[in-house]
Design a protein. Structure first.
Length: 150
């Protein structure tokens, strides 16, 4: 009988610990939702104005970049289209938590009535020169430093 009660007590302790851990995680998530996060938007051309109200927040624009801080970090096509309507065609729209993809950016500009954004030019990958050495552990492609090759 005593063994059954001891194991029941351990089960209860583990259950209480699990509930406490879950409450801690939920509180951390709620705190993150209230935390102010930086947002950035890159425009195709110079912004039409220096300050714009869009997505429920005030954006500051300089040149082709607009920035703000808001709670949560979630970016939406709706918020993007409100900004595009106010300042011009959006090329990138993101927070430190999430960013819109090219299809979402196209939808953002379409909803705003802004001209379609040209996709940002991809950085050209550097082509390594020199010998290529392959081993089971790793592959080295590039230029050998002076005196390193035996």
């Amino acid at each position: 009988m005593r063994a059954v009660m001891a194991s029941g007590g351990a089960f209860l302790q583990r259950g209480v610990a699990a509930i406490a851990a879950l409450a801690t995680l939920l509180a951390a998530g709620a705190t993150r939702a209230q935390e102010r996060v930086p947002y950035q938007a890159e425009l195709a051309d110079t912004a039409k104005r220096d300050v714009a109200k869009a997505g429920g927040v005030e954006w500051s624009c300089a040149g082709t970049r607009c920035t703000t801080e808001a709670r949560g970090g979630n970016v939406t096509v709706r918020g993007c289209s409100e900004l595009a309507r106010a300042v011009g065609t959006v090329v990138r729209y993101r927070s430190e938590v999430k960013s819109l993809g090219q299809a979402e950016i196209a939808e953002c500009n379409r909803l705003a009535g802004a001209p379609a954004a040209k996709a940002p030019a991809a950085a050209k990958a550097a082509t390594p020169s020199g010998p290529r050495v392959i081993t089971r552990e790793l592959t080295y492609t590039g230029v050998w430093p002076p005196g390193a090759r035996q």
